[in-house]
Write a protein that binds this ligand. Structure first.
Ligand code: UDP
Length: 402
């Protein structure tokens, strides 16, 4: 679904849209080529899907390609992803070499006409080797939580990060000692996408019906890829402990990402942990389930995001935008979105999450206040129009030495 950029003025004001046109005009004739590793699943694809069409409407020539890799490559990149998130993993020399080989193969096969190469996350990071021969501008966009990366992987990636003209991180906590200009740009959600647009009560109810969820009892939801770092097993434990005190249902909904080979195993473990409880709904959603996710978020009494690490956590912004009370871990980019006890709840443990989940379910008026503040905060800081403006300014700064 493409949305006309003019429609955003009713949410953010016409001045913001005019400003975007003004900035975009200054990039006339420039081709911006985004490259990441998947078109489906996860936050990066979510954002690019929406952003490319809006940039096009602003007459910015923005394109989006993905690198190709086999199972071995994506197993290695998932290990790197986990290591950047502080998880202990072994990556052999052969694996590092294979990672380089696949990047270099893509460098030979992909189309590199363009002016600004906007490379997302570690998977395609080595493409920057082309900078020497191609010239042009290269920006590395890091979407992962960089708080405690494992030294070995960080040292390896640093060799490439420092070749870029600029590196973009999502939260101040991720800035590292790097010989490259670092820029802070938070991600965003699109309020007019199928994922976030308003839905009628009938549409919401029909999704609940489809999944057999009872709308008359409280619903607690976490939307996430099935990934250990999203701690779905921890969520089930929280739910089971809360359930001893009050009746509720748990929805764990998520799909896979083509660059995330761990999902199947995690889903299996989640299903086992959820077995025998008819009030736990483990939903494996196909791609393009945006309306379903939107409805599940809107139908929920409380949204959880119990991540152990989190680059930003679009799902938090999505829930807050829908004026839902959110309890989320105080990790990575999440504290940018939630001020504790003001725009949601930040927790550090299962115990803390149990405590606050009970409170929010027992005290809906308090929960409502948090949710209202949360929506305001997302509106002021994390909508796609702000994100586009930040990117346009970044692109322009590459030519102004700024
Ligand atoms: N998402 C989705 N389908 C799913 C699970 C997640 O469309 O089955 C979306 C979710 O709504 C959000 C994005 O994928 O927009 C996940 O982004 P987030 O930053 O929360 O986490 P990531 O997956 O990038 O680690």
């Amino acid at each position: 679904m493409t949305t006309n950029i003019k429609e955003y003025s009713s949410i953010v004001g016409q001045d913001i849209i005019d400003e975007l046109y003004l900035l975009a005009g200054k990039l006339e004739g420039k081709v911006i080529r985004n490259i990441n590793s998947t078109k489906v699943g996860g936050g990066v694809a979510e954002i690019l899907n929406r952003m490319i069409s809006l940039l096009e409407q602003l007459s910015v020539d923005a394109r989006w390609d993905t690198i190709k890799g086999d199972e071995n490559f994506f197993n290695i990149t998932k290990k790197m992803h986990n290591a950047l998130h502080g998880v202990d993993v072994e990556i052999s020399l052969e694996e590092f070499m294979y990672f380089l080989e696949i990047n270099r193969k893509n460098a030979k096969e992909m189309d590199f006409t363009g002016d600004i190469f906007f490379i997302h996350d570690p998977q395609p990071i080595v493409l920057v080797e082309l900078k020497e021969s191609l010239g042009n501008k290269w920006v590395w966009r890091c979407h992962v939580d960089f708080t405690t990366p494992k030294e070995e992987v960080m040292a390896f990636l640093k060799l490439y990060i420092e070749k870029y003209d600029s590196a973009v991180f999502s939260a101040p906590a991720f800035a590292r000692k790097l010989r490259v200009p670092q820029v802070l740009i938070s991600p965003s959600i699109d309020p007019l996408s199928d994922k976030n647009k308003d839905l009628s009560q009938e549409e919401i109810d029909s999704v609940l019906e489809k999944f057999g969820i009872d709308k008359s009892r409280p619903i607690v939801t976490q939307i996430s890829r099935f990934d250990y770092l999203k701690d779905p097993i921890g969520v089930i434990e929280v739910y089971k402990r809360v359930k001893r005190h009050l009746d509720c249902q748990l929805v764990l909904a998520g799909g896979g990402a083509t660059d995330d080979p761990e999902g199947v195993k995690v889903l299996e473990e989640v299903k086992n942990a959820a077995a025998d409880d008819p009030d736990i709904f483990v939903l494996l959603l196909p791609p393009k389930s945006d309306v379903e996710i939107n409805a599940l978020q809107r139908a929920s009494s409380v949204i959880l995001q119990k991540s152990l690490k989190e680059g930003f956590g679009l799902t938090v912004a999505e829930a807050l935008w829908k004026e839902k009370p959110v309890i989320a871990s105080a990790v990575g980019g999440i504290p940018l979105q939630i001020a504790h006890k003001h725009s949601g709840i930040l927790t550090y443990s299962i115990d803390g999450t149990v405590h606050y989940l009970k409170q929010l379910l027992y005290e809906p008026e308090y929960a409502k206040g948090l949710a209202q503040n949360g929506k305001e905060h997302i509106k002021n800081n994390f909508l796609i129009t702000r994100h586009i403006k930040d990117y346009l300014l970044l692109f322009l700064s590459l030519y102004n030495g700024g």
